[in-house]
Each structure stands twice: as structure tokens, then as C-alpha cells.
Design a binder for this molecule. Sequence first.
Ligand code: UT7
Length: 323
Amino acid sequence: MKILGTGSAFPKKTVTNDDLAQVMDTSDEWIRSRTGIERRHIAVEETTTSLAVEAARLAIDRAKVSVLDIDLIICATVSPDYIFPTLACEVQAAVGASRAAAFDIGAGCAGFLFALSTADAYFSTGKFHNALIIGAETLSKMMDWSDRSTCVLFGDGAGAAVVSAEGNQLLSMVQGSDGAGGMALKCNNRPVSNLYRQLGAQNYSYTEMDGSAVYKFAVRTVPMAVSEALEQAKTAVDDVALFILHQANRRIIEAVAKRLRQPLEKFAMNLQEYGNISAASVPALLDQVLREKRVKNGDRIVLAGFGAGLTWGACVLEMQVEE
Ligand code: UT7
């Protein structure tokens, strides 16, 4: 597998911690010290589809591939605009990739890692050659804005990558899930209600989280998954040039850095600007570090995601970039 191009997109509207403090019982000091988040981008005009399409178009342009050569589109999202059709099919129609098979996967904040791994598995059949993979979310619509313990943490955005079956950039991939812990981070769908079981009008359901359980899960699981991915890739942790972790919370990233005995400077971060954007965070941050030229040719980097499911994924990539 080789990454040919990446892109990202965010809503225009930014909302600072002080903006939130004006409408709910919170403070910049609480949010910043507990999470590192300073602001987030919140959709007003945008949708999950429009953000995904914008990120996809940038990735396709930079990859310099014809849309007709894209034969696979996989979107990772927990906040699609429709239950069906899938986000991937909406993106396919918008970019004109009419020869692609398109589908979504749901793996929470580890979604992009799962999408990357799925594309790799499709490539290994020999029948697929170029994939567009996307993480895109509008989590703001899934929040209970009267629940300060969740709504201040999340934001909206999208990240995309065009990957090809040529090349050997993906050195290892580790994935896992713990469904038994899943209720720590959930959002109900509509309950069964029909002619034979009438529940009447239902309110929408919103994101509910046991923050401390998710925190402990992340701090325990991410270093383990990263170490396993490094071992599979026969790469020493000190030889990793950059770590791109899911951007949930600065304290989680600091704890992972400490457990891996690595300096925090090797951990890219943009959660201060975007908050937690779930499946979009890893591809959007990958796009950012590539555009900032923080990655050199031959660098080994680690991507890691973790979240709802509970689910996690980590991989080691050997980067090929034009200097
Ligand atoms: O993609 C994965 C998604 N999830 C995560 O990454 C979440 C992981 N968990 C965390 O990052 C942390 O658990 C949080 C940041 C969510 C919470 O931090 P904490 O240090 O565990 O705080 P807490 O939940 O123990 O709450 C401490 C206090 C409580 O008040 P009392 O009961 O001690 O009086 C909360 O009511 O902080 C209060 N609180 C707030 N205060 C001001 C909760 N939310 C807020 C808020 N502003 N927004």
C-alpha cells in the first residue's frame, strides 16, 4: 500500500471555550486543563457529506489519480447524514468515482485505522487497486448541548487519503475490540417501534460517555497496540519519527508518551484547534503533518485510533514523500 494524497476539511465556524462558557456552566480553564482543547469547528452550513467530499477532492487532486481509477471508497463515520444510503455512496456520486464499490464502516474513533486495514485486505485480493478512504463526522449534532461533560469535547471535520495497492508503506497493522466495555461510550439508535410494538413519538438520542472508563481504556490499550504494531514492523520505538494518535485528550497523549518513554514533541497534536473529531482526527492530522512537511522520506510513523466499541487500531507506515 502507498499513500498517494491526503486532504482535510472543517466547518467555517469556530467556537472557543470562552464562547461555550457564555452559554453553559463551564470555563476555558476547566476544558483546557482537563483536555487541552481550546476551540472546535462546528457545522452550520456544512454536513458530514459536504466535509467528506471537500476532503476527498483535495486528496484526489494531490494524489493525481483519475477518479475513474478509484475502485474502492470506504468511509469511517458514526455521524452520517443518512442511515442509508451510506456516506461512501454520497461521496462517490459527488466526486464521480463511478467505477468504485463504496461502503461505510463504523468503528468509532478507530474508524480510519479500520478503513485503512480493510482497503489493504481488499488490495491483497488483487482485484482492487486505488482506494479513497475517509473519516468524516459532524458530532455536534450527536451532542446533548445541556450535558457539559460531553459537548465541550467534540467537534466536526473530515480527513481523506487516496491509497494505492502499489508500494510497501504499511509495515504492520494491529486491531482489536472489546464489546464488553462498549456501553462506556454510546449513542442509541431509534428503538424498535412498529405496528406491533408502539412506543409513540421518540426523542433523539445523544452521546453518553463514562469519561473516566474511556480514559482508563485508552491509556491501557493504546501503548499496548502501538508496541505490538512496532514489534510486527521490527521497528524500535526510538526509531519512530512521529506518532499520530486519535486526538481525544492531551492528557491521554501525554500518558501514552510516558508509557512508551518517548518525548511529547514526537506526538503531533491539533486537538487544541479541532477538539475530538472521532474517525476524522487521524486522517486530518496526517494531512496536516504532511502539508507542514513534518515527515521526511523514509520516516517511520505510527497511526493509532481508539474509541467507541470499544475498538482500537495501530499501524506503522514507512513514508514516501516528495522532498
Ligand atoms: O474518542 C474517545 C472519546 N472519549 C475520551 O477521550 C474521554 C476520555 N476521558 C476524559 O478525557 C476525561 O474523563 C474527561 C475530560 C471527560 C473528564 O475529566 P475528569 O478529570 O475525569 O473529570 P470528571 O468527569 O471526574 O469531572 C470532574 C468534575 C465534576 O464535578 P464534581 O462532581 O467533581 O463536582 C464534573 O461535574 O468536573 C465537572 N465537569 C465540568 N466542569 C466544568 C464536567 N464537565 C465539565 C465542564 N466544565 N465542561
